[in-house]
Design a protein around this ligand. Sequence first.
Ligand code: NDP
Length: 272
Amino acid sequence: MDQYRVFGNPIRQSRSPFIHQSFANTTQQALEYRSELVDIGLFSETVHGFMLSGGKGANITVPFKEQALAMCDHLSERAQLAGAVNTLSFKKGKIYGDNTDGIGLVNDLIRHQVVLNNCRVLLLGAGGAAKGVVLPLLERGLKQLVIANRTVSKAQAIVDKFADQRMLAIGFDDANKFEFDLIINATSASLSGESLPISSSVITGNSVCYDMVYAAKLTTFLQKAKDQGAKLVIDGLGMLVEQAAESFFIWRGVNPEIVPVLEQLRDSLKSE
Ligand code: NDP
């Protein structure tokens, strides 16, 4: 049976085996997808060993996405611009790298009927996740993409790399000088329950607020958004399933259904 893996450290928390095995069942694809904990210094050896044993593809998660990029023979444009790879495919001894996180976010936004054309977007954070969503967002015809980060120089580095006139880098303090239709939290602040120092005037009744983090309850950011009357609040569970669906499509050439898997994941989150 065709073999797939998700490699990371830690890995126990990964929901990818459940998601991909569900996709395989519903699309009648014969494959096995497992998670594997990789020692920090053994990433390249592990991936090469898996490829040589006949493995077909792998997802890569924290902290190996940059190392994965470095070992690819071929890279998609979106992986190059993201500076990170989350999907590897092995063909005739060559490694192909892609990044599906950004398209996962965009597809989740579209599923929630968020109109991206002409949209004014505030992206909070300038780490790997933020970098990965810039190209797929810009390709959807945004009017403006402002990146705010605690360390402004990191936001500026992303803006410099893309050299697109619609982009601007700022500190959190300056976010209230603009108006936004969509605010995306790509910081990891929600993981520790911290709130971001953005002025309450930034979120209005017209705002759609998205947090890449997901949890059983609303994250600190989404709770604040809801309290301030945001039009719509969305967490990152859909992005997780959508990025997996894009990887599955790259490997198997079929589009799995999102909603049944998402509903099962939501139920299991609530009962944890
Ligand atoms: P990184 O470590 O690369 O970046 C973290 C970012 O968060 C940086 O911009 C950092 O700012 C900022 N940050 C961290 N703590 C704080 C804080 N207390 N206040 C303000 N800013 C803070 O992480 P990633 O970019 O890889 O991931 C970001 C989040 O997105 C994670 O929570 C991850 O779980 C989530 N994610 C979700 C996905 C999904 O499918 N739903 C996919 C990928 C990621 P600074 O630069 O100043 O340090």
